[in-house]
Design a binder for this molecule. Structure first.
Ligand code: E4P
Length: 220
């Protein structure tokens, strides 16, 4: 499973990149707005840090304008994936951009039927939102499982990107469900490292090593 960072913050992206495990980045208009730089400039800077798929979202809501905006975004860098909302006009734009060879990420997906439409339109990625469904007492993870099953039934090549992940269990369950990609805030990626027994075990190993090899002056 590929790991993407769900942020437009350059410091977070740099920190994730240093670990060597970040395959791409997803942004949305809210995340870009938080950083305060023009969209094109911020996306270009992200592309300079991570050599992988970088999703940049259109803000137009009619297909013609989405296609125009999508073409502009795709010109920023070869790794840009154009993010489109899963509305009628977004699906129309997805079909058109896909035909031109522009890779798309169809976002704001909340049902398996919507995901079927994205695949039919040739989406490169579909983004089902797990956390936002959990928030309204509906299983977000069932959505990931159902989309993976449907895509497998018909051999759709659209990648399932588990989005709106809020904690490490969401990441594990997305991997078990067979999601191709999990995108997560920096905080969740950082949490994936943690286990108290790892810290306790390391502390003991270092203590035992120091007792024999450092306190006695022997080389270990
Ligand atoms: C990613 O593509 C989505 O925009 C993002 O995961 C949404 O997450 P949120 O529900 O935490 O805002």
């Amino acid at each position: 499973m590929k790991i993407f960072l769900d942020t437009a913050n350059l410091d977070e992206i740099r920190r994730g990149a240093e670990w060597g495990i970040v395959d791409g980045v997803t942004t949305n208009p809210s995340l870009i707005a938080k950083e305060g730089r023009p969209v094109e400039e911020q996306i270009r800077r992200i592309c300079e840090i991570i050599d992988g798929d970088i999703s940049a979202e259109v803000v137009a809501v009619d297909a013609k304008e989405m296609i125009r905006e999508g073409r502009q975004l795709a010109k920023i860098h070869k790794n840009v994936v154009v993010k489109l909302p899963l509305i009628r006009e977004g699906i129309k734009a997805c079909a058109a951009l896909s035909k031109e060879g522009i890779r798309t990420n169809v976002t704001l997906c909340f049902t398996p039927a919507q995901a079927l439409l994205a695949a039919k339109a040739g989406a490169y990625i579909v983004s089902p939102f797990v956390g936002r469904l959990d928030d309204i007492a509906t299983s977000g993870m069932d959505l990931i499982r159902n989309i993976c099953a449907i895509y497998k039934n018909y051999g759709f090549t659209t990648q399932v990107l588990a989005a709106s992940l809020r904690h490490p269990i969401h990441v594990t369950e997305s991997a078990l469900a067979g999601a191709h990609i999990a995108t997560m805030p920096f905080k969740v990626l950082d949490q994936l490292f943690n286990h108290p027994l790892t810290d306790k075990g390391l502390e003991q190993f270092l203590k035992d090593h120091a007792k024999v090899f450092q306190e006695s002056g022997a080389v270990g």
